[in-house]
Design a protein around this ligand. Structure first.
Ligand SMILES: [Zn+2]
Ligand SMILES: [Zn+2]
Length: 814
């Protein structure tokens, strides 16, 4: 299409001038209220794709809007630069991960600049640079000294393709690696963990943050709090040391319904509790279980398997001897690795009892129950039956009474468990921040002193994955001296999960040049918490949960004084193309650079905002972006060519004022709610209206200029370059981006109403109150559904409708 203006030329020119004039540089010394608008920093994958633009352009529009509203807005940008994808890409391209990453940073920074956002580039952070990861390591040490980081041997998730362990949060779906999709296996390794479980309860409290329900629910489910009781069952075997074994149950009120007892095959008591005659069968079963993944073991609807050990525990409340079985669906990694089997009141226990012909004893009566074995498990509440001294109680009361008794007798207590496990942060890969610990034969584990940070990642290490940490083979790195005894010592060779790097980047933006601390405490007090965080919903139980934990942990260490890092959160949707999510393998990737070159960044920005509600995303279409570009060109034409006032009509002036103020109001309200698409629709309507006004020439020149001024101000967050250029053209002082957001006059914005006369075949039959701005189609539609009109038109054919705008609707029927 032929453009009226050259976006390439004006966009580059203004970007240069804005940078030269430092107009987007942000300082703390300001009397204005602060607003921290944070967008998730991109991973240094190499190229800014349309998904990045979709995250960044609308969030920049919002940040600009807040800025115009008078806030001191921090809207920074940086790069998430450590991690596996960069390392894998570097291996593939036979370059060093550092070179690969920094080249991408360079390229992506230029692409990000083409968006025309208000990023203050002085505040950029790059997480793989020593001046940054020095502090990532410093936080690790703080965690270590506060008892929040510990080393333990544990069965961990191992991705055979990525050749590293994964956090539980990185195992998705049916037990697959979140990154590469490989089936995850288990491996026993000495690893570093962060004690996120200490914060489980506080992480469930969302009362001080304004987040989407969906994300809160995902975090709640991931943390998985269950309230119940810990109950110990008695073990009476000569030569077996433990005299009891504990379970956790959410239904202590069903304790009298226990008909069997389950252990996980990995439970340390299994071999001791297996009788000689059951030994071979048990061993065969245990070996079989070990070959399965956790997902296979716990899959819903899978046929139950298990083996009787030949021994029993005693249910202390009923005094009954209960057979001990092992089964694969009880896991060591959750709870105690032991479960009481209550088949009448638990689905899986019911299936297990059916399969192995174990008794099913009802102890909470379902409504209308007439005795006899249940056909299906009953999980609801009811009256307790067959439960000793508790018989006859409502099960809710029985729950409390049984917990009291357990407590009194020392057989157990009320208890809460969480599904979340401690966060495993060791990675057996090269491209990450080294864990600042040293192992000395004499002193054991010794933390690197803060003054020796950063522990530099050696640039000469062989980094190809072997299943072992590559740093292990880098002698110059491994061999060091012990900070305590100065003897020979070895460095920790694992690196940190990159989610540790992204835990605090938004703190660093407040003072990226501070070199004696991770951040300036005063700046943190000024900027934090983040007022609005925008990004993809895929980070729900990883980054967004880890960052909350991190903030609470450093609060307790005394480094910050806020409880939540992100007060507001908004997740944008996804842009699809040709009916599908974009991916290189499908060949349906939109390269934003081409569109920027052809139609301009302003057109790409506006089109992405117009494509659909931001939280839902939408389908990219070339005709769609051309339509938006055409609109911007119409705006250009409207403003650039002179307006000639012919005969001023007071009514037309009144209408223009109304339309202008109505649009200011609508645009502001829509922006506040991230309704970018409807905001743009109202600006387009306004443009069309102004075109008609221009043609009619029936308002004063002064009023015309005022209307144009407002149009440009409303357009400026969306199309910052075009708005700036036209602002200059109409002779306004530079810069439009330092102007306040226009205010509307409620009186003028109010929809004025008029009475429309309705005639049928020329005779007045009805009157109707309608807004002045009603369109012909809307007016016709409203007229035809009126009862009085229907009375005259029913059974007749409407031949013609003649509409005199603002006055008469004449319906001709035959
Ligand atoms: Zn993997
Ligand atoms: Zn030592």
């Amino acid at each position: 299409m032929a453009l009226k203006y050259n976006p390439q030329e004006i966009e580059k020119r203004w970007q240069k001038k804005w940078a030269a004039d430092h107009i987007y540089e942000v300082t703390e010394n300001n009397s204005r209220p602060k607003f921290y608008a944070l967008t998730m920093f991109p991973y240094t994958s190499g190229d800014l794709h349309i998904g990045h633009w979709y995250a960044m352009a609308p969030s920049d529009v919002y940040a600009r809007f807040k800025r115009m509203q008078g806030y001191n807005v921090l809207h920074p940008m940086g790069f998430d630069a450590f991690g596996l994808p960069a390392e894998n890409a570097a291996i593939k391209h036979k370059v060093h991960p550092y070179d690969w990453t920094m080249r991408n940073v360079e390229h992506m920074r230029q692409q990000l600049k083409s968006i025309g956002a208000i990023y203050d580039w002085n505040r950029e952070v790059v997480s793989c640079l020593p001046e940054y990861y020095k502090w990532t390591q410093w936080f690790f040490l703080k965690f270590y000294h506060a008892g929040l980081a510990y080393r333990a041997r544990a069965p961990v998730n191992w991705c055979p393709k990525c050749q590293t362990v994964l956090a539980n949060e990185q195992v998705v779906g049916e037990g697959f690696c979140e990154r590469c999709g490989s089936l995850v296996t288990k491996k026993d390794l000495e690893q570093w963990f962060f004690r996120i479980t200490k914060y489980a309860e506080e992480l469930l409290d969302f009362s001080h943050i304004n987040w989407p329900e969906r994300i809160k629910t995902m975090q709640k489910n991931w943390i998985g709090k269950s309230e119940g009781a810990e109950i110990s069952f008695k073990l009476e075997y000569e030569g077996i040391e433990p005299k009891e074994v504990k379970v956790f149950t959410t239904r202590p009120d069903t304790i009298f319904g226990v008909t069997y007892f389950l252990l996980t095959p990995e439970h340390p008591l299994v071999s001791q509790l297996t009788t000689p005659e059951r030994k071979s069968e048990v061993e065969r079963y245990v070996a079989w279980c070990r070959r399965q993944t956790e997902y296979e073991r716990t899959a819903v609807g899978k046929e139950k398997t298990g083996v009787f050990l030949g021994s029993y525990v005693i249910n202390r409340l009923s005094g009954e001897k209960v057979p001990i079985w092992i089964t694969d669906y009880v896991l060591l990694s959750y709870g105690t690795g032991a479960v009481m089997g209550v088949p009448a009141h638990d689905e899986r226990d019911f299936e297990f009892a059916r399969k192995f012909n174990l008794p099913i004893k009802t102890v909470v009566a379902p409504p209308g129950w007439a005795g006899g074995e249940l056909e299906e498990p009953y999980m609801g509440q009811g009256v307790m039956v067959d439960s000793g001294e508790f018989t006859g109680l409502a099960s809710e009361q029985g729950y409390d009474a049984i917990c009291d008794l357990l407590q009194r007798k020392g057989w157990g207590k009320s208890s809460i468990t969480y599904r979340i496990r401690d966060w495993l942060i060791s990675r057996q890969r090269y491209w990450g921040a080294p864990i600042p610990m040293v192992y000395c034969d004499k002193c054991g584990m010794v933390p690197v002193p803060e003054k020796d940070l950063p522990v530099l990642l050696p640039s000469d290490a062989e980094f190809k994955p072997t299943g072992e940490s590559p740093l292990k083979h880098c002698q110059s790195f491994v061999n060091t001296t012990c900070p305590r005894c100065s003897g020979l010592a070895r460095r920790e060779v694992d690196t940190m999960d990159t989610f540790m790097c992204s835990n605090w980047y938004f703190l660093r933006y407040t003072s990226p040049k501070t070199d004696n601390a991770p951040f300036d405490a005063g700046n943190i007090r000024y900027w934090l918490p983040v007022d609005l965080y925008t990004g993809g919903a895929e980070h729900a139980v990883m980054h967004l949960l880890y960052a909350r934990f991190f903030s609470k942990a450093i609060r307790d260490i005394g480094l910050v004084d806020f409880d939540e890092p992100f007060t507001g959160l908004f997740n944008q949707g996804t842009i699809i193309y040709l009916g599908d999510k974009m991916s290189k393998s499908k060949g349906n990737v939109i390269a934003p650079d081409e569109y920027v070159a052809e139609l301009g960044a302003d057109a790409v920005r506006a089109y992405l905002m117009f494509i659909g509600p931001w939280e839902l995303g939408g389908e990219w279409s070339d005709s769609g972006i051309v339509g938006i570009s055409r609109w911007l060109n119409r705006v250009w034409g409207l403003v650039e060519t002179n307006y000639a006032s012919q005969a001023v009509e007071p009514k037309a002036e009144k209408e223009l004022l109304h339309f202008t103020h109505k649009t200011i109001k609508k645009a502001g309200e829509d922006l506040e709610r991230f309704h970018f698409n409807t905001m743009l629709a109202s600006l387009m309507e306004f443009t069309n209206y102004l075109s008609r006004v221009k043609e009619a020439g029936n308002i004063s020149t002064a009023l015309w200029q005022e209307a144009i001024t407002y149009l440009l101000l409303l357009l400026s967050p969306t199309a910052p370059h075009l708005a700036e250029e036209l602002w200059a053209k109409i002779g306004r002082p530079y810069s439009i981006h330092n102007q306040p957001w226009p205010e509307w006059d409620e009186e003028l914005a109010k929809e004025e109403e008029i009475t429309l006369a309705i005639q049928i075949n020329g005779k007045l039959r009805d009157r109707m109150l309608v807004p002045v701005s009603i369109t012909e189609a809307e007016a016709k539609e409203l007229t035809l559904v009126r009862d009085r009109v229907k009375a005259y038109t029913e059974g007749k054919r409407v031949d013609r409708i003649i509409y005199v705008p603002g006055r008469v609707m004449n319906i001709v029927v035959k």
